[in-house]
Design a binder for this molecule. Structure first.
Ligand code: NBP
Length: 481
């Protein structure tokens, strides 16, 4: 008996994906570098299931039906290359290698290029939804060799999360497209998480909500079409968890220094390379970096203070304004992420369908949310939409709610509560909507100190001025357009 699908790497993600594939009717072969993990898996979670263990790569490859479909689920980076090198001599033309880890998209592009040149087929697939998603239905973002996707589609559409308009998987595009979209998904996830953290800070430290109230507010928000989402849902749950030892809400005992594995930073780096502004996501990455300066912040808190502004307002009204500020900021954050995908699609030739990207994020992944349906619709109605802020629905929402948003950001500034992602989002909105920014002065400065030249609003051509020469006639030089 040959197996339909192979999984290499039996840490949490590989195990869960293998079980998901098997549960959906496809016999699975598994292999892990260290034998103990394979033995433990076979003895416990895979016991009695149609899973075949292999103890050498050769035995693993031989156990698979052709074309072989092999999911590599090992630590991103050099281990992926090591596994590919072990597989290459054993595979036949048309066999498919899939890297399902969080690989850097440029690594995936390189692997796809090299493997396709050597007549192999390769898929770089973003997998979102953590271990739970991997087991019960993740959001899958496969890119790479398009002909290979056709062989994988019957399996991937079964194991992915299901939403009302299909499975949360689609062919994303060539080369590193799948891992690029996953990377931006993670950048957006950073933005969402920071915005929620800032809402929590305001509700707790300005309006004085306790954990039961915080739970109720987030649970209520989770019933609304704009905020109903996995991250709001788990936030409501988190406020209910009480520490058994101290009787305190567990979240208050957790050290306020957030970790990161790199995908947020990669998103920021590529956005800077591409010249796409993503200030909310940058603020979210910076917030995690700042949080890691715990000892220094503890010391600074003894020396630096802000004015204390007692909360005099109506609690219910304040909560509603924080909700509006959160939603407007979230729209801006997604506008940035989608604009980055749009630019990357052109730069790297991915041919992305942005409505499909929004659709496959509606289930299975960490950013899954009802709101993504509105983004999907916006890009179906206008695939060339330059920015989500210009989609009729989002435009109207922000126009209706911006006064609450502005009040919250101003209130936070007056109270000394940092809201870097709320305010970066508002700055994004206010920069994007203005026909004239003060960067004319920046251009003048650049020309003054570096002769970088400038364009004018009233005449064609390129100009340079000797700014200290007061003779107007000779001071400005014009170059033909
Ligand atoms: P890890 O990222 O912890 O990797 C552990 C696996 O890699 C083990 O099977 C290990 O084998 C194998 N491995 C290593 Br390390 N070096 C190897 C090498 N040189 N050759 C062969 N195998 C090697 O596993 P994970 O948390 O399951 O994640 C797998 C991938 O999925 C990663 O890229 C991760 O970023 C991504 N991802 C994770 C999540 C999540 O929620 N955890 C979500 C989405 C994506 P060993 O047992 O012999 O050491």
């Amino acid at each position: 008996m040959t197996q339909s699908f192979g999984v290499i790497g039996l840490a949490v993600m590989g195990e869960n994906l293998a079980l998901n594939v098997e549960r959906n009717g496809f016999p699975v072969a598994v292999y892990n570098r260290s034998r103990e993990k394979t033995d433990a898996f076979m003895e416990h979670r895979a016991g009695g299931k149609n899973v075949k263990a292999a103890y050498t790569i050769k035995e693993f490859v031989a156990s698979l039906e052709r074309p072989r479909k092999i999911l590599i689920m090992v630590k991103a980076g050099a281990p992926v290359d090591a596994v590919i090198e072990q597989l290459k001599p054993l595979l036949d033309e048309g066999d498919i290698m899939i890297d399902g880890g969080n690989s850097l998209f440029t690594d995936t592009a390189r692997r796809a290029h090299d493997l396709e040149a050597a007549k192999f087929t390769f898929i770089g697939m973003g997998v979102s939804g953590g271990e739970e998603g991997a087991l019960n239905g993740p959001s899958l973002m496969p890119g790479g060799t398009q002909s290979a996707y056709e062989y994988l589609e019957p399996i991937l559409t079964k194991i992915a999360a299901q939403v009302e308009d299909g499975a949360c998987v689609t062919y994303i595009g060539p080369g590193g497209a799948g891992h690029y979209v996953k990377m931006v998904h993670n950048g957006i996830e950073y933005g969402d998480m920071e915005l929620i953290a800032e809402a929590y800070d305001l509700l707790k430290n300005v309006a004085g909500l306790d954990h039961n109230e915080l739970h109720d507010v987030f649970a209520e928000w989770n019933t609304t079409p704009e905020l109903d989402s996995y991250l709001i849902e788990i936030t409501a749950d988190i406020f209910k968890k009480i520490d058994g030892d101290t009787g305190m809400p567990l979240v208050e005992l957790i050290l306020d220094a957030a970790g990161q594995k790199g995908t947020g930073r990669w998103t920021v780096t590529d956005a800077l390379e591409q010249g796409v502004p993503i200030p909310t996501i940058i603020a979210a990455v910076n917030a995690r970096i700042m949080s890691s300066y715990k000892t220094e912040r503890m010391d600074a808190s003894q020396q630096l203070s802000a004015p204390s502004v007692p909360f005099m307002g109506d609690k219910k009204e304040f909560i509603n304004r924080v909700r509006d500020a959160l939603y407007c900021s979230k729209i801006c954050s997604y506008a940035q992420g989608m604009a980055l995908l749009s630019k990357a699609s052109k730069t790297y030739g991915f041919g992305l369908d942005l409505s499909e990207c929004a659709r496959i994020w509606k289930g299975g992944c960490i950013i899954k949310a009802r709101f993504l349906g509105k983004i999907q619709t916006a890009f179906i109605e206008n695939p060339d939409l330059p920015n989500l802020l210009l989609a009729p629905e989002f435009k109207q929402t922000i126009l209706d709610r911006q006064s609450a948003w502005r009040e919250i950001v101003a209130y936070a500034a007056k109270s000394g509560i940092a809201v870097p992602a709320f305010s970066a989002s508002l700055d994004y909105f206010d920069s994007y909507r203005r026909d004239r920014l003060p960067l004319n002065l920046t251009q003048a400065q650049r020309d003054y100190f570096g002769a970088h030249t400038y364009l004018r609003t009233d005449k064609d051509g390129v100009f340079h001025t000797e700014w200290t020469d007061l003779n107007e006639e000779s001071a400005t030089k014009f170059t033909a357009p």
